[in-house]
Design a protein around this ligand. Sequence first.
Ligand code: DGT
Ligand code: CA
Ligand code: CA
Ligand code: ZN
Length: 586
Amino acid sequence: MNKDEVAQILNEIGTLLELKGENPFKTRAYVNAARTLEGMTESLEKVVTENRLGEIKGFGEALQDKITKLVTTGSLPYYDELKASIPPGLLEMLGVPGLGPKKVKALYEKLNITTLDELDAACKAGKVAGLDGFGEKTQQKICEGITFRRTYASRHLLSDALVLAEPILDSLRSHPDVIRCSTAGSLRRNKEVIGDIDFLASSKNPTAVIEFFCQQPGILNTSAKGDTKASVILPGGIQADLRVVSDSEFPFALAYFTGSKEHNIVMRQRAINRGLRLNEYGLFRSDVETRDPLLLVPCKTEEEIFAQLDLAYVPPELREDHGEFLAAEKNEIPRLIEWTELKGSLHNHSNWSDGRNSLEEIARHMSDLGCAYWAITDHSKSSPQANGLYPERLRQQLVEVCKINERFAAEANEFRLLTGSEVDILAGGKLDFEDDLLAELDVVVASIHHRFSEGEAETTKRLIAAAENPYVHMLGHLTGRLLLEREPYKVNQHAVIDACAATGTWIELNGCPDRLDMDWRLWHYATSIGVRCVINCDAHRLESAGFLRLGAGVARKGWLTKADVINTLPLPDLMVELKKKRGKTG
Ligand code: DGT
Ligand code: CA
Ligand code: CA
Ligand code: ZN
């Protein structure tokens, strides 16, 4: 078991102990140990083998024992027993916004509530409000929290689904009976949040393919299994469907099951207007529903189906009935950005604020990945929860970055770290640093991290004021949304986009799996008035470099091309762009 997995289990032990009402010091010890592990730069396995756990502050013998067991055997009987001793419904209740371990424990002990359903019923019967420390308002909040959980329980982040789908897709494609295979549905369309995963395969031996699918590693349960269709449940409760069709049907089925529903409706209507019928089985010369092969207009690919309906090929990401038909009729579907065209991320953190890694580690890693540059934009002083930098420390960091870059230059490596800040936008739109400091930085990202609930007018004003600052290159995660967790704060995004167009300020597409903010639905408008995009990782650790790929996937959904995205530029051109706004106004 690696260090992150161990940390997660320690965290969970802390929660379970709290639910049991254990001594708070004991509880904290686990949570603190998890934190320490998360921040550790050495390999945990190495520390364990060399018997050095005891040297770490706060790691008593009991804790050392447990960590060693987890690392060496991958399991811990203490944890398994602890987990078994608590009704599983209590852990589920912890997922309700506003319910912590103390409250869940009280609900369990005083009202004997062990499931979400019981909790819901108790709230509706008004029993919860009477408990010590709860009250009407809390009861109301819990009720809303349960509704929120239920709406989202069957929806999943795109990245979580991709991680599960990609190995299965590879595996299916390698099966000798599979001719063609693809993902379909919302996953293929790169929707930021998806319901279930859809796979489509063509084969002459569907039962063999279905059998093979149901045996894929990680499947928790097979919920349906027929001759040509199966549904399984993957980790995290994500459902995956596979349909198997004949190879001649494949392009039609692929177009149909990729959707969206809205896109399909227009496609079908276009077929009807041409005296044809389009469905999942084919395109037919008929004015009634049919699947008669004698009437089939054969198409070997999706491209040929679009061509039959007088349309240029529409990439899956654009199939939302958001203007793709007009563009495809005029052959004006743009060539969408590819993630491999990105040269680096311009919003990232290091261990100087709340990131995991040192500047040196980041530089080496990103250079090894083939990036041309990587900006370090740690938090500013008004974000103490994120260890935000004061001006003196930021200036120290500039010196460090300079030294690292000199080392790269000496090695004839063209990679460069860029200096920067993710500066907080304070109340009223004032920035957390003075202009003279911002002017010293290569890259300035301005973001809101506090006072989310000021109301639409106030928040809009704050963002516009930030865009008007000549030293701010871009606005970060525009709405603060956390997908499936926190609603966006209220802001007039069109007004902010207009201000960015007027001032030459870029807008970030934050590539974090739960942000993907600004939303794809607004990019077409933004680029139409000249706003440019930066696809950023907002990386807090090395692995987050992969968010460039996720961000680019969603950027495609926003019709973005290479030219729309600043961080496709090579370093010299980027440096020119970074100076433009300052040159004009500053
Ligand atoms: P999801 O799974 O909720 O994130 O969204 P999708 O788009 O993947 O929807 P899903 O899995 O129910 O079905 C996959 C595709 O199949 C969908 O995008 C369009 C097509 N489809 C399914 N049911 C219907 C339908 O009743 N009418 C039409 N026109 N298309 C449908
Ligand atoms: Ca789906
Ligand atoms: Ca489905
Ligand atoms: Zn950030």
